[in-house]
Unconditional design. Structure first.
Length: 279
């Protein structure tokens, strides 16, 4: 028998969750919230081009493009639009944001100062998720401003954890490196799979087989890293026999001009670009 103590906090939410932007990331978050028991009638979505899935949820009670008056008290407003749309979208959110509303932005590069200029006096959280959120395996780093209460932080944590792990930081300056590492990181892993497949083809494998081997190996190793209590270095040691084939490859990858310094340069470049985009 399920009791109220067994329910996720989102299932017993008081107030409305406003989602501004129901694209890929916004929709992934919404799907996660509903899976945890949030009722569609507790959600209001602002989306000028709703998908058929969003339209179907509207038939089940989700309020699609409502007025502020029809939305009622907004507990949290999640801004999931593209950063370049922010100057147009943020003013439209003003009527929805009340004194008890916490605003969560997942717009890359948009700072707490930018958000505060648009919504003066609001409780604000800047967050950076990554694309594995689409399958519930993302990680999000969040930084609050001083007006976010403990209860609001707990609500934001519940909303963000619906699509994966959540880490909190106190220093917003860290968000550029976060963007470079975890925000952009999935692309690095996909590139690794591409490079492994190309190398396999160069070694004589049929291209289709090389692509399959690379895809499944990267995915399987990632899952092993996810499930194991061991750190990455220990897992690497465990599959490396002295003098064997893996050791021969790692001699190249771990050379002074190998993968580690190259990755350091890549993360530094992405961090610099994140700072530039944030102004």
């Amino acid at each position: 028998m399920t009791t109220s103590q067994d329910k996720h906090p989102l299932a017993e939410l008081s107030g409305t969750i406003l989602l501004a932007g129901a694209g890929k990331m916004g929709s992934a978050m919404l799907e996660g919230w509903l899976a945890l028991g949030l009722a569609p009638r507790k959600v209001a979505a602002i989306e000028p081009q709703p998908t058929s899935e969003i339209a179907a949820l509207a038939a089940r009670g989700l309020r699609l493009n409502p007025t502020a008056e029809a939305t009622g008290e907004v507990a949290a407003a999640v801004v999931a639009v593209k950063p370049q749309a922010a100057p147009e979208v943020m003013p439209a959110l003003v009527p929805f944001v009340g004194g008890a509303t916490v605003v969560v932005s997942i717009m890359a590069g948009r700072t707490l100062r930018f958000l505060d200029d648009a919504l003066p006096g609001a409780a604000l959280v800047r967050a950076m998720p990554n694309t594995p959120a689409a399958i519930g395996r993302g990680i999000t780093v969040a930084v609050p401003n001083a007006r976010v209460s403990d209860a609001q932080r707990a609500l934001v944590d519940a909303l963000l954890s619906a699509v994966g792990a959540v880490e909190w930081v106190a220093d917003e300056a860290l968000m550029d490196a976060v963007t470079a590492l975890s925000g952009s990181g999935p692309a690095y892993v996909f590139l690794l799979a591409e490079a492994m497949a190309q190398a396999g083809t160069a070694a004589g494998l049929p291209p289709a087989l090389a692509a399959t081997l690379a895809r499944v190996t990267v995915a399987g190793a990632g899952e092993l890293l996810h499930r194991s209590a061991l750190d990455a270095a220990t897992l690497r040691h465990n599959v490396t026999s002295p003098g064997g084939t893996t050791a021969a490859a790692l001699d190249v990858l771990m050379a002074d001009d190998g993968l580690a310094p190259l990755m350091t340069k890549a993360i530094a470049a992405a961090t610099r670009r994140s700072r530039e985009l944030a102004g």
